[in-house]
Design a protein around this ligand. Sequence first.
Ligand code: UDP
Ligand code: MG
Length: 335
Amino acid sequence: MSLRTAVQTLFESTHPSALDTAGQGKKLAIVVPCYNEQEVLPTTIRRLIEVRDKLALEGLIRADSSITFVDDGSRDQTWRLIEDGARAHAGVHGIKLSRNRGHQNALIAGLLHVDGDMVISVDADLQDDLGAIRQMVLKYHDGCDIVYGVRSHRASDTFFKRFTAESFYRLLDLLGVDVVFNHADYRLMSRAAIEALKAYREVNLYLRGIIPQLGFRTDVVTYERAERFAGESKYPLTKMLALAWNGLTSFSPSPLRWITGIGIVVSLFSFGIGGWALTATLVFHTAIPGWASTVIPMYFLGGIQLLSLGIIGEYVSKIYLETKARPRFIIEKTV
Ligand code: UDP
Ligand code: MG
């Protein structure tokens, strides 16, 4: 029995509503980014309300805890469904972004907009087991500021997705970026952690890279990730690659250093070749090296230079975007 449960049992036996009072003090805000989720949204709204009400009954959260859906510029009936939900149920809210800004921006719009002593972000498609919300809240009451939802396995993924995800996490790790393996934005953050997150003003957002940098007391909750409940993935390969690219280039200048390193090695190598060609000509009077030794290094160096320029360009464009400090989202209306 953990200390907390022991204390609770003691409290409950002397004062039946002790736990209630503790939970009622803490407000939970759930944030759900939605992009063209009309197929699944009615079920998601219903299930999340069930989860919230159960937790409130248990006394783990306040009864007026909120559920906020962020419509990321959907082109289907998503916003209408959110509006209906907000009218029909207390504590259900909607934020409509003025256009599609992508999952990460929709998420931060929600996270920064809601109040609540703790905030949980979860996808709209019911892939993430909602049962983990209770565990996250329990860990919050245990004193954690950030609780990561981590997938116990990736059996529901295709081989391609498993392979690319694994390689990506390993690469990030190699580059010295702090990431939680198999965690995808299903997490709890305390008010303190959210306030700290506000200081990160970057436009190229990769939350999974930023949150571990915040520090605080963190923990992990493992859960099984199901198939999408309805509709299809809103993360096509192009969006996935864009996110991965952001993760790589926003957190580590290492790729740039690698290129510099390769540049140095290649240059030394070409000096060697040059020296050898000179010796062959001046000392041994053998035939000068021919076409291959001239043209191959030329192309090779040309390629390396282009690659280096491209990568430098990538960092420069990031600086450019950051210095503009454009808003990451624009809220059109709320209900
Ligand atoms: N999403 C979003 N904006 C986008 C793409 C996705 O708000 O441009 C939301 C989407 O509605 C879902 C979550 O982000 O709630 C995760 O997307 P999805 O489930 O399609 O990704 P997958 O699980 O296939 O990686
Ligand atoms: Mg999904």
